[in-house]
Each structure stands twice: as C-alpha cells, then as structure tokens.
Design a protein around this ligand. Structure first.
Ligand code: ADP
Length: 455
C-alpha cells in the first residue's frame, strides 16, 4: 500500500485549526460509485473514524436505487439491516475541489461478525490480491478513464429529457491540443485537484470523438489503482458539474459515435521487479506472463459481465471502432481484446481492451487477476498472437454479444464460482438479470420511432 497522503494525525491537527471541517466516509457500491456520509470533521476524528454504518441494501441496489428481490444477502424479509463501514485510514486524502473537505474509503463488514462482506467490491478485489500474494506476486494495474464532456450540466440535460445532447467540442479531437485547450477550464482542475489528492495523474488527452476525453493515471498496486479510478471518476463528474458541464461514462450514448472504454493495463511483480519481462523469450514475454495471459484470454467470456455490466455496455462492441469483439491477443494491435504493450522492455504488460467506461474497477481487476492466477496455476500455454484486422478473423472466439449471454456465461462459470465463491457469483448474476428485466420492461425511443406510424 501507498502511505496515506494525509495521515490521521495530520487530519486531527487540520480539524483542530479549522482547516478541515468535513470528512466524506465513502465506500464503493456494485456500480463503482462512491456512497456514504458527510461527517462533521470533529465527530469523525473523535469517534466515527473507527466505524460507521449503512443500510445493507446499498450493495443490492441498481443505478436508480431500486431494491430488487432475489438477493440472498439483503431483502425485505431479512429487514434490510446495517453493515459496518470501516474507514481504511490509509486512504485518507484531501478533497481539494471542495472547501475544507477530506475523504476516506471504507471497507464493508458484517454487523455481527465484523467479517468482510464477500460481495463488496473492495473485498472481492482484496481476496484475489491475497491469492496472488500466496503465489509470490504483486499486481500493478492502470485503468484508463474515457468519457464525454457535454456543453450543459446534468441537471439541465435531465430537465430537457436527455435530448439534443451537445458534446463540448464540434469535431473528433483525438490528440488535439487546440480543441483540448478550449476544455482546460474543466480538464485542468480535474488533473490538478486529483494530483493534489494523491492520485498520480499522468495526462489527459482528447479522444477519437467530439467531446471525448481520456484521463491516464500512473499504474499502481491493484487496490490503489481501483481506489484511484473510483475517486477520479467521481471527481470528473463533480468538477465538471462545478463548471456547469456534464461528464458521462455511459459507454455508448449515440449509435453513430464511438463508445467510451476503460482499458486495463496489467503486470505482475516480485520483490519490486517486473516478472513479465524475460529478455531471452519472444517479444520479451516471460513464461509467467504467457500463463497469465492464457488465463485472461481463456476466461474472458466468463468474466465479460464484470467489464460490461449493463445493456448499453454491449452497444460499444462493434467492428471498426477500436472496441474489441474477439478474445485473442496481438502485439500492439488495437483490434484485439488483449494487446501486448512495451514488448522487449521492463515496461512489458498486457492491456485488456474489452472493458467499457462503466466498469467497476474493483470487480474488473479482481476477475482478471483470478483468470491470470488460474493461467499460472494450470501452467497454461499461450496461443500464438493474431495479426492483422482481428475483426475479420472468423476463427477467433467472440466475447458475449449482449448482457443476456454474458449473464448466462457468468452463472455457469465453474472457474468464477471457484475463484470468487458461489455467493458472490449468485449475487452479481442477480444484478445482471435484474438489469435485463428492467430493460425488457422499457419501451424505447427506437421502438416508438420505428413503429409508431409504420407498424
Ligand atoms: P499508451 O501508449 O497505450 O497510451 P502509456 O505509456 O500512456 O501507453 O501507458 C498506458 C498506461 O499503462 C498508463 O496508465 C501507465 O501508467 C500504464 N503502465 C505503464 N507501465 C505499466 C506496467 N508495467 N504495468 C501496468 N501498467 C503500466
């Protein structure tokens, strides 16, 4: 773990001097959002730093806070009791974009036993990190954040019925400096405030659509990486809101524009040294790297749900958009699901390109670590790299095309049931089913436009 950017002692003295008056105690829900409470800082440093509580429905709700049936962990019958929110004081940090405010991330524990709640995203990732440690390795990860900036704010857009959405720029701004200069009123505070909050920002850049942005954060141990991602995503929305703009992480908001992804870069380390690099092997890929990647590729269909958790997520996977459709790997080729980066160097790593901007980074990293671990445990052999336009390769295995298929693959995944536990797989399978059930009840704009007159 990184040492805390703000120690508890420092927080106490900031509170005593009046510099900090508010502490956000947050945990990450199934959707990857920060949920929690805003504490008066005096209360936090005197008592609540040790624990606080929340309703257990918060890890069994959908995006709209509905309370679906079918969860073993929380229900009306069981009375929706409490969980313990246990602040992880290693994650204390200032929130520079809000006045007088600090933040801490919490682990979710059982109210009676004080054991971690197994389906809590942070607990799911910690379990796989521990499994990896038992094999002698540490994972370092980087998750890229892509999103769209819109001219208007969320509140204005909602009042307008989410119609006539205008992205902040008029043209594809991939790597553009002039267009991104026009967006600096939002992007500069995002970079600088996050950096001051201890999140090692590398850069932001324009992406390959009008209004599309990418934020890159330096790779870090897996848990830190997921914490960074969740806080950064939250900050991007909040800082954009402060400037009267909306930042959307919906993977596909317009069928004719490319979607937003969250690529995940992965490498394993031992005693501070990268173990994916072996100069004597093809591309510099060590045996451990090949085994890890074989697991990643073999089990990609099983865990696709965790990289694409909504109906909309699957609209991103289309040919010729840089979003992958096949579970194969290739060398620095952006049409495959897995791309080898940094070949023949210490920085050698695998980038998974399947995940959408809506992924929960804890869950995404956990399931990919589990797949990599399985590859190592079974000493799996890596198939040769694919070359050329992978979209056209009929022999390459497809990732699930829609949420329904991904849900069934998840439900019947022996590998994930062994790695995560039946309770966790059942919990998320229910979340996936519910998402589909809600969509199946909806009457969409598309149906009205297509059939209103002509049906
Ligand atoms: P690209 O050319 O694909 O944009 P970058 O050099 O910008 O590649 O790196 C992309 C991401 O990969 C960055 O977030 C970076 O921190 C991360 N990264 C670099 N080296 C490693 C590594 N060894 N393991 C995991 N992630 C890494």
């Amino acid at each position: 773990m990184m040492t805390a950017i703000l120690t508890f002692e420092e927080l106490k003295s900031q509170v005593a001097s009046g510099l900090t008056d508010t502490v956000l105690a947050c945990f990450v829900d199934m959707q990857g959002r920060l949920m929690g409470k805003r504490f008066h800082a005096v209360n936090f440093v005197e008592t609540s730093f040790s624990e606080t509580h929340c309703c257990n429905y918060l890890l069994a709700t959908d995006l709209e806070m509905a309370t679906p049936d079918g969860y073993a962990s929380s229900s009306w019958e069981a009375g929706y009791g409490d969980y313990i929110m246990k602040p992880d004081l290693e994650t204390l940090r200032p929130v520079p974009w809000l006045d007088g405010t600090a933040m801490v991330l919490c682990d979710i524990l059982d109210h009676q036993t004080h054991e971690p709640i197994s389906h809590s995203p942070r607990a799911i990732l910690k379990k796989q990190i521990e499994r990896l440690e038992k094999l002698g390795f540490e994972a370092k990860m980087a998750t890229e954040l892509e999103f769209f900036l819109f001219e208007k704010s969320f509140d204005e857009i909602r009042k307008d019925g989410f119609r006539d959405l205008q992205p902040i720029s008029g043209y594809n701004e991939d790597y553009h400096i002039f267009q991104t200069t026009k967006e600096e009123s939002v992007m500069r505070p995002i970079r600088n405030h996050l950096f001051a909050a201890g999140i090692p920002i590398e850069n932001s850049k324009g992406e390959a659509e009008a209004g599309q942005e990418e934020l890159n954060i330096r790779y870090a141990p897996a848990l830190d990486c997921a914490d960074h991602h969740s806080i950064a995503k939250h900050a991007i929305k909040e800082i954009s809101w402060q400037h009267g703009r909306a930042a959307s992480f919906l993977p596909k908001w317009d069928k004719d524009r490319v979607g937003s992804s969250s690529h995940v870069h992965q490498s394993l380390w031992k005693d501070g040294k990268p173990v994916f690099f072996d100069q004597s092997k093809d591309h510099g890929m060590s045996e451990i790297m090949c085994q890890y990647m074989s697991g990643l590729i073999k089990y990609a269909p099983d865990y696709t749900y965790f990289l694409a958790p909504y109906v909309n997520s699957y609209k991103r996977f289309s040919k010729g958009t840089f979003a992958p459709t096949k579970t194969v790997w290739s060398v620095d080729n952006r049409t495959a699901g897995f791309r080898l980066c940094g070949e023949n160097s210490n920085g050698i790593r695998v980038e998974c390109r399947i995940g959408g901007s809506d992924l929960n980074p804890y869950l995404a990293q956990a399931v990919m670590l589990a797949a990599g671990i399985k590859g190592i445990e079974d000493a799996m052999r890596l198939a040769p790299a694919t070359t050329g336009d992978v979209y056209q390769d009929a022999s390459a295995k497809d990732i699930p095309h829609n949420l329904r298929t991904a849900t069934e693959t998840l439900r019947s995944s022996k590998f994930l049931r062994e790695a995560l536990g039946d309770d966790v797989v059942d919990h998320y399978t229910r979340a996936a089913e519910w998402e589909q059930e809600e969509f199946d009840r909806a009457v969409t704009d598309w149906e009205i436009q297509r059939g209103f007159e002509r049906a």
